[in-house]
Write a protein that binds this ligand. Structure first.
Ligand SMILES: [Zn+2]
Length: 397
């Protein structure tokens, strides 16, 4: 089975996750898909392969080495449009022109300049009505292709191989049931990025904040000097924050304070924020800005009540890696040996790898050749997927 055949088999299986579900995994299709992956692992000759009680898949291939590298991909796809695509289209040796997905949708180079980086590659595109599901089944297929080679060339490799397929990454619950002990690895990589010439060991530090403002409600006709309209205080509170420190005006390493929800009436208003920054000190500064806004409002309206609740969410794994470079050094060595460029880009979000890193298993993220994820314009470069397998071979040497 070629990597393309395997990839098509996996993306035909609909495993969209569901953020409204209370179960783990959030959709039963992920359980079925995991079962199929365990069978595929066993069919390749992997004896130690199973789904645990949480339906996370683990496999271990002993190569009688002292160290083990783990490879991780997630089984679910994003709940944006329909998954389970049956008729993706292969474009051989892409010539750099606009790509017609169907009668309605054209993927224009002008809108998606990333297409210029894959000229000459074999691409797999959608039918315009589905996700491709390369996020993260490109990762799953790459791991299988590498595994197939690994099993028949064990003497070439200096590390044992551990594998895990996780669930519900797209709804932020991916690492919640991941068990570092079952993985039995010294370091690991998630294969869950875009270009294979980019890797990530940096993500946001994240916190959330909820502001609750209580005003004083009376009949508007007799309100002079008495009414305190909490909606207006909420607006005033938000206006005290830096107006350009928001997602639509920040990029790269710039953090933000994002007003995510605003609900209110005269008596009670709530504002929900998310705070993000790659630098943990700058995240602390952002928390301080909220505290200071609260104090200013209270000083001006002593009869109002304001409650500010700040919660930490996840941390930037870079703070771990600056003192533990092994996993990064292996990436550098592999790319240098293959004379390929590698760029480390900051993730403007969270990643399972960050959570797993702080569970004690260092876990940077590698690319898979999947582009424009989470929508109908998603495509993979089959050429990059194949090259990633070669990079893994080098990495395990
Ligand atoms: Zn993903």
């Amino acid at each position: 089975m070629t990597i393309l055949e395997r990839f098509k088999k996996y993306i035909a299986f609909d495993t969209v996750s569901d953020e409204n579900s209370l179960t783990y995994p959030s959709t039963s299709t992920q359980i079925e898909f995991g079962k199929m992956l365990v069978k595929d692992l066993k069919d390749l000759g992997v004896e130690e392969a199973y789904q645990d009680e949480n339906h996370v898949v683990y496999a271990f291939i002993d190569n009688k080495k002292s160290k083990t590298i783990g490879l991780i991909a997630h089984m679910d796809t994003a709940p944006t449009i329909a998954g389970g695509i049956k008729n993706p289209r292969l474009i051989e040796k892409y010539d750099g022109s606009d790509i017609k997905l169907n009668v309605t949708y054209i993927m224009k180079v002008e809108d998606f300049p990333v297409l210029k980086t894959v000229i000459g590659d074999d691409l797999l595109v959608t039918d315009g009505e589905h996700l491709l599901g390369g996020d993260d089944k490109a990762g799953v297929a790459i791991i299988f292709e590498f595994l197939t080679y690994y099993l028949s060339h064990k003497s070439e490799f200096n590390y044992n191989l551990a594998i895990s397929f996780t669930a519900d990454e797209e709804i932020g619950r991916g690492a919640s049931k991941f068990d570092v002990k079952k993985m039995k690895a010294d370091l690991a990589y998630t294969l869950d990025g875009e270009s294979i010439y980019e890797a990530n060991f940096e993500n946001f530090n994240a916190a959330s904040a909820k502001v609750t403002i209580e005003g004083v409600g009376v009949h508007p006709g007799n309100a002079k000097g008495i009414m305190i309209n909490s909606v207006l205080l909420g607006t005033e509170f938000n206006n005290l924050l830096p107006k350009d420190m928001i997602p639509s005006k920040t990029e790269d390493h710039e953090g933000f304070i994002h007003l995510d929800e605003f609900h209110g009436d005269v008596e009670k208003t709530t504002l929900s924020y998310i705070l993000r920054d790659h630098d943990k000190n700058l995240l602390e500064e952002k928390k301080e800005m909220l505290r200071s806004a609260k104090n200013k409002i209270l000083a001006k309206y002593p009869k109002a009540k304001i409650n500010l609740e700040i919660k930490d969410e996840y941390r930037n794994m870079r703070d771990y890696f600056i003192n533990h470079m092994d996993a990064i050094n292996l990436i550098n060595k592999a790319y240098i040996n293959l004379r390929l460029p590698i760029n480390y880009t900051p993730i403007r979000g969270g990643t399972d790898g960050a959570t797993i890193t702080y569970m004690g298993l260092p876990c940077p993220n590698l690319g898979t050749g999947d582009f424009n994820p989470h929508g109908r314009f998603e495509f993979v470069s089959v050429t990059q997927m194949t090259k990633m397998v070669e990079i893994l071979k080098e990495l395990f040497k």
